[in-house]
Design a binder for this molecule. Sequence first.
Ligand SMILES: [Zn+2]
Length: 272
Amino acid sequence: MPETEPTDRPGRDGSRSGGGGGDGAGRSAGGGSGGADEDAGHREAHGGALGPRLNWLRAAVLGANDGVVSTAGLVMGVAGATTSESALLTAGLAGMLAGSLSMAVGEYVSVSSQRDSERAALRQEQRELAEDPVAELAELAGFYRAKGLPEPLAREVAVRLTEHDPLAAHAEVELKIDPEELTSAWQAAWASFVSFTVGALCPLLAVLLLPSSVRAPATAATVLCALLVTGLLSARLGGAPPRRAVLRNVLGGGLAMAVTYALGVGLDAAGV
Ligand SMILES: [Zn+2]
């Protein structure tokens, strides 16, 4: 469907710059594969722009949600035990940093290993293509037959795709990856760090700025509102019915705060 290219392309470029620059930054940080620009139109034809962008957005919302819940649990626990603002600040900041760093490291490690295995699979595919192009062509045609194309057409498609870009053709149907779209681990790590921090700031600022007389209930209320928003956003982005998702998210976060607050109060009462 090459006719769709010209109309799609500006949309993608626009959304890229509008999407917080993360995409672009990640690409250059990841050392981007050379022919990215020349091949942008080709990628476009696969309609690969929207899916990954939504996934990133969803991951960011979930990261923020994690930041809200874990930091809220932490500061509510401390608030249950003490009214000391320096204790709240220390615990809240340390918790926020520990959480965002651990999310970033975890994401970096997981995306890196996924990338390594994708790269290894691509190298293997490249070797096979070099060693036995005839068998690889038959294999590719077989995939299109299995998808329902009649033999002559499957063969024709395989031949044309192989003429165009054999590795990309095999990567798409065999490995289900786009050689141009390998995820950047740094980008993923940075996105996790930022989204967790943004989420964590909500309970942290609430607990520090609200007067101590209403601190616990008002912080809890602020956090529940934030969880309502993140729950709604992630349900929307994931295409799930929002009511239940929001309810689960708010109840889960409320439970986490109740448990840690009770722990703080209990420890304080026990004289710890
Ligand atoms: Zn192959």
